[in-house]
Design a protein around this ligand. Structure first.
Ligand code: DX5
Ligand code: ZN
Length: 226
């Protein structure tokens, strides 16, 4: 019933953070045509992270140009204050940071009640125990593999390793999404740790040919697959 593809497949989630914001429809069109079924939308408030990006109005216009699942990653201090606006604008999936919410289980139920799939994420320095109690309610757990705030940073292996423990907690039916520093070299590392959903900003929109970039990432996912 949710737009987020059911667990059991590997999916790329191109992050528009590195896209041409003057041509978002064209950019999204290219990656969807190349096979992406999820589009990752990085929302930053200049408070929880030192950068400001996208509000509900952008999601509203993205919604009009694609059927792909809009995976909205809220890097904001008060997700409860804004989540509904993003859902009304057309978000399909909402991820919020465990560092920002006191009662994560209640918030996930609230998001489900608004008709979207939902999930938690944790910063590289936050231990997996922090998300453990609410993990079973999530449709996808996002593991930050860089410190949130900017695109094109270097993959933090130690943070990615948390996918192993997360996967053990949630089992095979919940997506585990790795976010930050994913490229053709790191994507298989995240896969081997248990991730099945891979956010990629710079590795797709930072490249001249988006279709080629997606092809290279897909090939890297398939290489030496367990
Ligand atoms: C980081 C964001 C990421 C980021 C990924 O704060 O949450 O989604 O855009 O970008 P790359 O793939 O360039 O590291
Ligand atoms: Zn993100």
């Amino acid at each position: 019933m949710y737009k987020l593809p059911k667990a059991g497949t590997y999916e790329l989630a191109p992050s528009i953070l590195s896209a041409d914001f003057a041509d978002l429809a064209g950019e999204v069109g290219q990656v969807v045509k190349a096979g992406a079924r999820i589009v990752h939308v990085d929302v930053m408030d200049g408070h929880f992270v030192p950068n400001i990006t996208i509000g509900p109005v952008v999601v509203k216009w993205l919604r009009r140009c694609t059927e792909a699942a809009l995976d909205v990653h809220l890097m904001i201090s008060e997700p409860a204050r804004y989540a509904e606006a993003f859902i009304r604008a057309g978000a399909d999936h909402i991820t919020f940071h465990i560092e920002t919410v006191d009662q994560p289980a209640e918030f996930i139920k609230y998001l489900h009640g608004l008709g979207v799939s939902a999930g938690l994420t944790l910063n590289p320095d936050t231990p997996v125990e922090a998300i453990e109690s609410a993990a079973a309610l999530c449709d996808m757990i996002l593991v930050m593999t860089v410190h949130p705030g900017f695109g094109a940073q270097e993959f933090i292996d130690k943070a990615a390793k948390k996918c192993v423990r997360v996967r053990r907690i949630v089992g095979p039916d919940v997506r585990v999404e790795a976010d930050g520093g994913i490229n053709a070299d790191t994507i298989a590392i995240a896969r081997d740790y248990g991730a099945d959903t891979f956010v990629a900003g710079n590795a797709i929109f930072g490249q001249t040919d988006r279709a080629e970039a997606i092809k290279a990432l897909k090939k890297a996912i398939e290489q030496n697959r367990p």
